[in-house]
Design a protein around this ligand. Structure first.
Ligand code: ADP
Ligand code: MG
Length: 470
């Protein structure tokens, strides 16, 4: 009945498995596929049935909005709120995990047979199996909620190493599958993983906030679980700068200076873990380029700006602040502006509910990106980092314990480069809630990276922000 375990040993089927992408086929010296006879798989101890996986995966996808996550974390964080958070989590996770299991099963056999990829596959089966007793019925007591929270903690831990493990698996298979297929799978998988982790981590954070684990700390009015309602990108940049600076000192013996200018006080509601991940990756790229081009005397410049034209309240406020000469750009006379503002006032939300859009420009003097590399920089695994060092990076990242905030995004980021996931995964994080990353290279001089982040409304239900299905 349970057919999850992949073959313990890949069948001696080399003769059936010809490389599908001959333009990248292996050389004569290289065994095909590398070490395939070593590819053995621990049997899965999953108890979930295939029928149940199909049933869950066939359920209509439910969108995830940050407003949902905020809703269950609003004070007072009492037992009822925790139970509702647990049941909300259970309403979302099983179908998401089942989708991922099906997507993994649909990969070509040579990929699923890889020990790294099958380890991830087994993790998903294990996680869904551990959730099964809970989602079959509602969680109605705080004792059940505590058991469920333990399962959530285990789930988050189990999946903390997914990125380096999958990266290694796909690298080992790369000669035999279509690179586009890999990109499609990874992009979908890693984006889905962002949401799944978020739902699980939000419940864990709310549980911690409501129990003795944080009772000694002062209540924090600016946090709702993993969401910070008053997040200052400038302060995250400073944290990441010190982390990346240490990596640079270890690797190169120098650390470039980082200057922050623009609206350094800007704040909005967002998820610190996500922004930490993105900024760490972008800073590592800027630092590496700066140092390797011998330009470490030139600081990396980070400019922060809040867009004036998102969220009507923000727009009105910024219109009010404009000087007379600037107002002419809006085609308003002074009287016309006041009239416009008053006519809008009745319809707009109070100012603190606006969801501002903040852009960070990370400008380095690292020499830019060569035109032949430029088309590839958004592909998973593309790197110009030295191959041996890149392999070492994968191996080292594979030992991640996934415990600190930066690592909890799933890829211990303690090496300067080499996985080739920084840009594509950073962009996936930014896009997840409506932001984005674009990059402008000035070859021979430097690079500008524009990170746009769409904030979340501070008040439940007033600004939902974009919703995401995966
Ligand atoms: P990795 O840093 O592991 O190589 P990334 O996805 O972060 O992977 O970046 C991919 C490649 O893009 C890098 O290897 C580098 O060649 C190029 N790149 C990214 N950012 C910059 C930058 N600021 N300056 C120069 N090259 C860059
Ligand atoms: Mg990088």
């Amino acid at each position: 009945m349970f057919k999850h375990a992949l073959p313990h040993r890949v069948p001696a089927a080399r003769r059936y498995l010809q490389p599908r992408w001959s333009s990248q086929s292996s050389t004569a010296q290289e065994p095909f596929p590398p070490n395939i006879n070593e590819w053995s798989h621990p049997p899965s101890n999953a108890t979930i049935s295939d029928e149940e996986i199909s049933r869950l995966a066939a359920k209509p996808r439910q969108p995830l909005t940050l407003a949902d996550l905020v809703k269950h974390g609003k004070p007072p964080l009492n037992d009822a709120a925790l139970l509702s958070s647990a049941n909300f989590t259970l309403s979302r996770l099983p179908a998401r995990l089942a989708h991922r299991i099906q997507a993994l099963r649909n990969l070509p056999f040579i990929v699923v047979a890889n020990p790294n990829v099958s380890a991830i596959y087994n993790n998903y089966l294990h996680s869904l199996s551990t959730l099964e007793p809970f989602y079959k019925k509602q969680i109605t007591t705080i004792e059940e909620e505590m058991k469920f929270t333990e399962v959530m903690a285990d789930l988050v831990r189990t999946h903390s190493n997914t990125i380096p493990t999958l990266a290694q698996g796909f690298l080992q298979c790369r000669k035999y599958i279509d690179p586009m297929e890999v990109t499609r799978f990874l992009d979908q998988h890693l984006r889905a993983r962002i949401g799944t982790r978020l739902v699980a981590e939000q419940h864990l954070a709310l549980h911690m906030a409501s129990t003795g684990e944080s009772a000694l700390r002062k209540p924090d009015p600016t946090h709702v679980g993993v969401i910070d309602l008053a997040l200052q990108p400038a302060s995250i940049v400073r944290t990441c700068e010190s982390f990346v600076g240490e990596i640079c000192e270890l690797k190169y013996g120098v650390r470039p200076q980082v200057v922050i200018n623009g609206e350094v006080e800007a704040e909005f509601a967002h998820i610190p873990m996500h922004i930490e991940y993105i900024i760490t990756e972008l800073l590592k790229n800027a630092c590496r380029a700066t140092i390797e081009s011998g330009n470490e005397a030139h600081p990396i410049e980070i400019t922060i700006a809040t867009a004036p034209d998102v969220g009507s309240a923000t727009k009105l406020d910024s219109l009010r602040k404009l000087s007379v000469s600037e107002k002419t750009n809006y085609d308003f006379s002074q009287d016309g502006l006041e009239e416009y503002v008053s006519s809008q006032e009745a319809d707009v939300e109070p100012l603190n509910t606006a969801a501002p859009c903040i852009t960070l420009r990370i400008r380095d003097r690292g020499g830019g990106i060569a035109p032949d590399a430029l088309p590839n920089i958004w592909s998973y695994s593309f790197t110009t980092f030295n191959k041996e060092e890149a392999d070492a990076a994968v191996a080292e990242n594979g030992n991640s314990d996934g415990l600190n905030a930066i690592a909890s995004s799933g890829s211990n980021q303690s090496t300067i480069a080499g996985l080739g996931y920084g840009l594509p995964l950073g962009r996936a994080y930014a896009e997840y809630f409506g932001g984005g990353i674009s990059l402008q290279s000035m070859y021979g001089w430097g690079t500008d990276v524009y990170l746009t982040l769409q904030g979340i409304g501070k008040t439940e239900g007033l600004k939902e922000g974009p919703s995401v299905f995966d």
